[in-house]
Each structure stands twice: as structure tokens, then as C-alpha cells.
Design a protein. Sequence first.
Length: 205
Amino acid sequence: MNFSSKLLENAVNEFSKLPGVGQKTALRLVLHLLNQPDQIVTDFSNSLTKLKSGIRFCSNCNNISDHPICEICAGIKRDRTLVCVVEDTRDVMAIENTNQYQGVYHVLGGLISPMDGIGPSDLHIEKLIDRVKSGEIQEVILALSATMEGDTTIFYLYKKLKEFQVPISTIARGIAFGGELEYVDEITLGRSIVTRVPYENSFIK
């Protein structure tokens, strides 16, 4: 792609580094910003700067938060005996949108993927074990994507947690294999949580 300006080229190159954004889309976004009033562009830039410098991660569940403890963990109506284990914040948002779950969460920060060099030590697994070990949690829901990485992570967590005699369940598989939770419609995702099943029922001995 030929650019008439080095500044334009640099901006397009930066935008094209975003997931799912090619150079043509990046160019369209940059040109759109160029046509906006200075204040709108300044607000856009400031919001990204503040996001990066001010964002926190909940010290309890690792969810993205504005405070040391996220609003979900701090909510007085949440059932703290029920913890739903998810890959990242996008999955928390997807499940919250179903209005079918009133427990708390634990965000792993990814999935075990040897091909990508991601092992158990790269995820927030030890903190989950500590939460279960504390005795407050009475059920663990493993709500991970129906992918090879998701199933590998579920199996690993099950082996780690089963010694604590806490019921471990997985979301019902109305979700096609290979599906990411954030792309599943709210009705299907909500039902999959409500109709969750004990992991042992699908565990091949």
C-alpha cells in the first residue's frame, strides 16, 4: 500500500497490529479519525492512555477492574461459595450478559497451550487452588471454550482440584466444539450454565 504521508503510514501500521484489523480497515479508521474534531481525537487518545496506566486486576479473581476488588467480588448479592472459572474478561462479560449466574469468577488469563508455549505456571491456577483450599467455595464451574486448549485446561484443573472434595462441573455442551464463549448467543450460554453437569460424567477413566 502506497502512502502519501509517513505519519499516515505509521498510524495505519499501528492500527493494523490490532486483532482482526488489516491495512485497509486500519486506513479507514485512521482517515475517520483525521476527519473528526481535535477534541474527539484527543479524548480517544486520552482514554487509551488512561486505560493502560490506570487499569487494575482484581486481587481476588483477576478480572479487569478500576479498583483493587472488582464490583462482582464486592457485590453483596453474589454467591461467594460458587466460582466460575473462565479464560479472560471477555468470558466474564459474556456470562454476565446472560443474567443466569450470581456466583463469582476466577479469570485464568489464558488457556494451557503447549504449542504456544503457555503452561500452567503462566496462568492464575495457584490462586484458584488457594481459593478452593480456603474452604469457602462449595462448587467450581469450569466454563472454558470447547477447544483442544480448553479441554486440556479443564482436565488439568480437575486433576488439581479433585483432592479438595469440592464438586466440579462444566457448562453443558450446547456449544459446538471449537466455539469461543464470547461468540455464543446469550440464551445458549445461559442455558449451558444453568444445565451444567458434573465433570466426572464426561471424564473417561
